[in-house]
Design a protein around this ligand. Structure first.
Ligand code: GLU
Length: 288
């Protein structure tokens, strides 16, 4: 089977060093296996998006010579397909509507306890939740390509369409990864906990699941995660070769010093040939 990987940034800010590490690792993993590397813009949460962020992310990838294969996919253009599948889930009792507010859930100890499952509520202005009791066995662990077995708490019936009408990340990401035939997901360790939710969806939809590899997160000297929400600094488009080598060093690939004076294309060429998964530190966070 052909390897198909992807990088799926949300346009909630410019590409920072942490997202460059994810882009580079997913690219190298795909290219070292002679596979395809897709880029998908996850623009389904307008309140968190910034004007021009998607273009800026794409321009930065191209500055670093991270050229994607095939068509770019924008999640905002996939919503008809999402809705079709949401309707299928609802019609087949794989989901239900829920009127619980955040306040109610907080009062119940912060966990959704399944209160709306048997209420047969109508759509109205309600959220739509997956009905995990339709699975024979609850999914509470998965195998990570870097970390090995990862146990996660059993999931509650998570939201697949929000009360405000927006499609939930866990739904959209799985439907697009299925649609694009993604065989492996390489992403940051901040998403480890979403994985068993996503695997539950593959099971309910009766689709083969991809493999997963969660990379260490870049944290600042003060222990803060680099993220677009934390307004992490954009990576430079000027010192691209140097920054690219820094990303390879972060990933444990030990690029030779002399490489940083070469072009990004040459650096990536070296990195594809020398890519070694076993050298990536098996950690969830690393200061950089
Ligand atoms: N869109 C997500 C982000 O930018 C990544 C989703 C994923 O890789 O599964 O954090």
């Amino acid at each position: 089977m052909k390897y198909i990987g992807r990088f799926a940034p949300s346009p909630s800010g410019p590409l920072h060093f942490g997202s460059l590490v994810t882009a580079v690792a997913s690219y190298l993993q795909a290219k070292s296996k002679n596979g395809l590397w897709h880029v998908r813009i996850e623009d389904i949460d307008p309140p968190r998006e910034f004007n021009g962020a998607a273009e800026d992310i794409l321009n930065t990838l191209l500055t670093y010579q991270l050229q994607w294969d095939g068509e770019l996919v924008y999640q905002s253009q996939q919503t008809k397909r999402y809705q079709r599948i949401l309707n299928y889930l609802q019609e087949n009792d794989f989901s239900y509507y829920c009127q619980c507010t955040r306040k109610i859930i907080k009062q119940q100890g912060g966990f959704y306890l399944g209160g709306c499952k048997n209420k047969h509520l109508l759509k109205n202005n309600n959220a739509q939740r997956i009905n995990l009791s339709r699975l024979d066995i609850a999914i509470d662990h998965f195998h990570d390509q870097l970390h090995g077995r990862i146990n996660t708490p059993i999931n509650d019936d998570f939201i697949i369409k929000r009360k405000d009408g927006l499609y939930a990340y866990n739904l959209a990401v799985v439907l697009d990864d299925i649609n694009q035939n993604i065989t492996e997901i390489v992403r940051g360790a901040d998403l480890i906990e979403t994985t068993t939710k996503q695997l539950s969806l593959y099971k309910i939809l009766d689709k083969p699941a991809p493999t997963y590899l969660h990379l260490p997160l870049v944290i600042t000297a003060s222990g803060k995660k680099l993220s677009k929400q934390n307004k992490a600094q954009a990576i430079s488009k000027i010192n691209a070769p140097e920054t690219l080598c820094r990303a390879l060093t972060f990933l444990g690939q030990n690029p030779p010093q002399s490489l940083s004076s070469k072009s990004c294309l040459k650096i990536l060429h070296w990195a594809v040939i020398h890519w070694n998964l076993n050298k990536i530190p098996k950690k969830n966070e690393i200061q950089s």
